[in-house]
Design a protein. Sequence first.
Length: 178
Amino acid sequence: GYSLPPHNSRLRAIANCAVEVAQWLEREGKRLQEQGVEPPYHNRLHMADTLVSMTLLLKAQREVRGAVSTKARRHEWLGLLAMLAHDLLHDGSVNQYPGQLESQSARVLQPLMQRHGMPEQDQMIVQHLILKTDPLCVRQAHAHVAERPFVIEDVDCLAVLVEEADILASTLAVTAVD
């Protein structure tokens, strides 16, 4: 369900950016692995697990909601890009202040999104989603959408799915490379 319409340049920009991020993550992860310093948790396996988790949550949301609007499809792609990039350059440490590592990931992603011609509004959504992956944001994000209809087109609802995909990935049987 994530094929790209042939003439949707906005979705194509998001997808092209995601491909570049995925390729970068693989190259950088292999380099770190060869040096023996790839983080034991925030590594390529974690990124893959969060993508799978996000895809499953989006699929479930589609089953609940039915037909998907153009805006919802774009938000799905933005959520997938956020998942892919949410731990860019994560060194395995813990935030020393709220949003420290998440802000770093958002900053690193910014020029890539610009290079691929993503509209500023889409860039801001992805940055917002990445910042919401700070574990300190989970309770507030859930409370923020508690009384609203849960729809992907609502960026705050999408942020909850992104948080949950990150959390879900940590519940899998294998979360680190031995």
